[in-house]
Design a protein around this ligand. Structure first.
Ligand SMILES: Nc1ncnc2c1ncn2[C@@H]1O[C@H](COP(=O)(O)OP(=O)(O)OP(=O)(O)O)[C@@H](O)[C@H]1O
Ligand SMILES: [Mg+2]
Length: 607
């Protein structure tokens, strides 16, 4: 998906009822409010309908009885109607507001909880900006339609149908005069709405592009400065804002013309009713009160038309939002428990296999990301419990991918990964991953304090246990050197710490979890040699008796591993212990001597 595609993929579409029916379920979930909401909308339309009748009657009576008219009765009547109207308006706003807030919350909750479940493969294709837009603007838009739009629809259509019926019953000739303008009004609305829709879509599209430029500009401000790109960036930006201005002005002009046209047409209808009605009054076939009532009705009749046509346009525009949000809410994770495992979990609470992670076997494992090239091919090896396996090899060789497969972030596209002889897809995903300790190549910390971030490994841990884990990970020294110690805030994504410090904290977090299987992807790549030695000592203790996979570019860190796998182009090209590999004088030997030479040269240069 290109950036252009995801920024704004609104299309002009026919309204897909199936989609909206699904979304309407969110509103119907609040059954009581939805019922109150419908009653209020009906109530409001009915009160609106009563005013003209009362006015008409009052005028007719004044005409007939003059000063003897019971004005107080009508005064009370209007008073009661006004109170009803106020109560209905209050109910209208309260119900719609409540539903809007709940629906928006529910859609967001469902989407967010799905996002937590979805596999890594989902995130490979969906940019963060796209997901954020779904959770914010799309959800807002949909909840607005589902509350205010539905409310206006019920109120507006009830009012229009009610008025048409009332007018037809009272005087069908006058009624037809007023209604004659409806088809024309409809045609005009369609004409303008189409154009307004098109321009407002262009405005939004340009707006999204401006936001994207903002985003890139802010995130990449350092790079821009270094490459002195500010002037070019500003020029690109100016071009976009000019475009935005152009579309916005066109949109404003169209909207400005549409409104007077609707007003003119409705005035023509009212005027013809007045002329016809006036003539009938002169001929004495109709009383004046009735004509006034008609005028009143005619005016009311046109009130909801603009609202309804605006909602209809919004519905068309929001169609894409609805599709995207539903696709998110209904997305099925690629990696999830199989049907059989889910059944067993539901029945007995476990996946039916022993609660142990012993021998791990890769059997002919092959893998490709989506439809991409083959990254891992025919990989087979066995790891005995408690062994430390080191993975080394050139950049892009597939080490992180192998580890991703092991952690079941992705599943092999060919072959099997077995735990104690059982295919790991036949085991509970949650169970398996809860026994994993992972330090990723790009560690992520959550905003909060250092302590919070370490505690993430075990929410029940005592401060002492947290400190012990930090000591073991070699993080204690740098933490206590900070003025706020363990209470130092790490900033968004841990950005207030250096990369090496982030690695240490995420290492401590993994240690605190006391995992059965520990995976470290370049965990010590950004750490100085002194701290690294500190970690080495801790690592030896952490790794003892625990199966672990360690990826390292710095080969000195993995000398003690039980077995070293040299990976290239997704295959194991060599394996053995450090000694064995050195003595066989193959690829590893070359890598190792090359690195050692470099280190010696570096030390010489420093001295
Ligand atoms: N999410 C992904 N989607 C598609 N291709 C990917 C993805 N992640 C990695 N690749 C591709 O898979 C190949 C192996 O990547 P991997 O990250 O496993 O290498 P690595 O051995 O860990 O490299 P390094 O030593 O630089 O960390 C690369 O060619 C990369 O382009
Ligand atoms: Mg990697």
């Amino acid at each position: 998906m290109t950036q252009e595609d995801w920024i704004e993929d609104d299309r002009e579409e026919k309204v897909d009822l199936r989609l909206w029916r699904k979304l309407l379920q969110y509103t119907l979930h609040y059954r009581k409010t939805a019922i109150a909401f419908t009653i209020v909308a009906f109530g409001m339309a009915s009160t609106d309908l009563c005013f003209p009748i009362l006015t008409g009657k009052l005028i007719a009576e004044v005409e007939e009885l003059g000063a003897k008219t019971d004005v107080a009765f009508y005064g009370w009547g209007f008073g009661v109607l006004t109170v009803c109207l106020c109560a209905n308006i209050w109910g209208f706003i309260a119900c719609a507001g409540k539903i809007r807030t709940h629906v928006s919350h529910d859609i967001r909750r469902d989407a967010f909880s799905r996002l937590q479940d979805l596999s890594f493969s989902f995130y490979d294709t969906k940019p963060v900006g796209w997901l954020m837009a779904r959770l914010t603007s799309d959800c807002n838009r949909l909840s607005n339609i589902l509350a205010w739009g539905v409310m206006d629809l019920i109120w507006g259509s009830t009012l229009m149908v009610g008025i048409s019926l009332a007018m037809l019953i009272y005087n069908w000739k006058l009624a037809l005069t007023v209604l004659a303008v409806v088809p024309l009004l409809f045609a005009v609305s369609v004409f303008f709405r189409k154009r307004i829709l098109r321009t407002s879509r262009l405005v939004r599209k340009t707006n999204s592009r401006i936001t994207a430029v903002y985003n890139e500009g802010i995130v990449g401000v350092r790079t821009s400065k270094v490459f002195v790109r500010q002037a070019e960036n500003l020029r690109d930006f100016d071009q976009l804002t000019d475009e935005m201005l152009d579309h916005s002005v066109r949109n404003a002009i169209l909207s400005a013309v549409y409104l007077p046209v609707v007003l003119t047409l409705s005035s023509v209808a009212i005027a013809s009713a007045l002329v016809m009605g006036g003539r009938e009054v002169i001929f004495g076939t109709v009383v004046i009160g009735e004509v006034v009532m008609f005028m009143y009705y005619a005016q009311l009749f046109f009130a909801p038309i603009q609202d309804l046509s605006a909602w209809f346009a919004e519905l068309q525009m929001a169609q894409a939002s609805a599709e995207r949000v539903l696709s998110l809410v209904e997305a099925i994770p690629d990696v999830r428990d199989t049907e059989a495992v889910r059944e067993r979990l539901a029945k007995s609470g476990t996946d039916g296999h022993p609660d142990a992670i012993g021998q791990i076997e890769f059997r002919n494992v092959g893998f490709r990301y989506h439809t991409g090239p083959q990254i891992i091919e025919g990989l087979s090896f066995v790891v005995e419990p408690g062994q430390t396996i080191a993975l080394v090899g050139a950049t892009g060789g597939g080490k992180s991918t192998l580890v991703n497969l092991l952690c079941r972030f992705y599943e092999p596209t060919e072959g099997q990964i077995l735990i104690d002889g059982i295919d790991y897809t036949d085991r509970s995903l949650r169970w398996f991953q809860s026994h994993l300790g992972i330090v990723l190549q790009q560690p992520h910390l959550f905003s909060g304090t250092i302590r919070d971030n370490i505690r993430y490994g075990d929410l029940e841990a005592t401060p002492q246990q947290i400190e012990d884990a930090a000591r073991l990970a070699g993080a204690h020294e740098f933490i206590t050197a900070m003025t706020q110690g363990y209470d130092t805030p790490v900033g968004e994504g841990g950005n207030q710490l250096s990369l090496g410090q982030k690695q240490l904290v995420s290492f401590a977090r993994a240690v605190l979890k006391r995992p059965r299987l520990l995976v470290m992807d370049e965990a010590t790549s950004s750490i100085d040699t002194e701290t690294e030695q500190l970690i080495q000592a801790g690592l030896a203790r952490v790794l003892s008796g625990r199966t672990s996979f360690v990826i390292a570019h710095r080969l000195s860190t993995i000398r003690a591993a039980d077995r070293i796998l040299v990976i290239e182009k997704g295959r194991i090209i060599e394996q053995g212990t450090h000694r064995e590999l050195l003595s066989s004088r193959g690829h590893y030997h070359d890598l190792y001597t090359e690195q050692s030479m470099r280190d010696i040269v570096r030390i010489d240069n420093v001295m």
